[in-house]
Design a protein around this ligand. Structure first.
Ligand code: NAP
Length: 239
């Protein structure tokens, strides 16, 4: 059975898709607009003998997400796993924050939990095969960050939603967990002053996408079958 990874065209999502494919999971690669990057993720997977298909949709658009996922499940069967990874930041001091910065971040990072998982869960339950749901939250979901009131709210929401959905799906052998990265080297963090960032990280370096994907692969493994409702931090000791 396949696993859907949202935002897998690049960054952390690409590393997760590659690592899950390496551990034997056929992967469905979601992205919003960067088709060439998504295609490159799929080619990388296929070049290593893995299976990958593309499924573009905007996770903040509820009806588009419902239509894309429902059609894919109807044609190809339910997912075994879902990784809700797609996300963005629109930082701004709170008093000056534009409405669109609040709406875009909550829509993409938090509403997507509902938009993506709602059409996936009933088919997973009916398949009676158990399963894995992992959401990528952030250190900012549990620690305050200046300029990230919107981002922190979205990521804290994911942690709460994860705890509650874990309770609802526990009997079905579907585990629901979150992974909270600190600073990871991707396009999302390329505008930050890397020297200043390094100074606040006890391990004195920014993490790599592959260091986050390893934790996701662990959560997908049989060894993690008894873990649910948890948030695992991957942050070099920053929080
Ligand atoms: P990234 O390099 O900017 O990649 C973002 C990915 O999300 C891309 O694949 C992008 O697709 C996709 N995406 C964005 N908005 C979307 C939408 N509305 N619908 C569908 N796909 C969408 O980001 P990243 O650093 O890998 O971050 C991945 C996740 O980790 C995010 O949830 C982020 O909040 C979280 N995180 C990152 C860090 C970090 O330091 N990097 C730390 C903590 C948490 P396109 O290529 O098509 O635009």
């Amino acid at each position: 059975m396949r696993t859907l990874v949202t935002g897998a065209s690049r960054g952390i999502g690409r590393a997760i898709a590659l690592d899950l494919a390496r551990s034997g999971h056929p992967v469905v690669i979601n992205y919003r607009e960067r088709h060439e990057d998504a295609d490159e993720t799929a080619e990388l997977i296929r070049s290593e003998g893995g299976q990958a298909t593309l499924l573009p949709f905007d996770v903040s658009d509820r009806s588009a997400t419902l239509a894309a996922i429902s059609e894919d499940i109807k044609k190809n069967g339910p997912y075994y796993g879902v990784v809700c990874n797609a996300g963005l930041r629109r930082d701004s001091a709170f008093p000056a924050m534009a409405d669109s910065a609040w709406d875009d971040v909550i829509g993409t990072n938090l509403d997507s939990f509902y938009n993506v998982l709602k059409p996936c869960t009933m088919p997973m339950i009916r398949a009676k095969s158990g399963g894995r749901i992992v959401s990528i939250t952030s250190t900012a979901g549990s620690v305050g960050v200046r300029g990230q009131v919107n981002y922190s709210a979205s990521k804290a929401g994911i942690i709460g939603a994860t705890r509650s959905l874990a309770l609802e799906l526990a009997k079905r052998k579907i585990t629901v967990n979150a992974v909270a990265p600190g600073f990871i080297e991707t396009e999302m963090t390329q505008d930050l002053d890397s020297e200043a960032v390094r100074q606040i990280i006890p391990m004195q370096r920014i993490g790599k996408p592959e260091e986050v994907s390893g934790t996701v692969v662990f959560l997908f493994s049989k060894k993690a079958a008894y873990m649910t409702g948890q948030t695992l931090s991957v942050n070099g000791g920053v929080a």
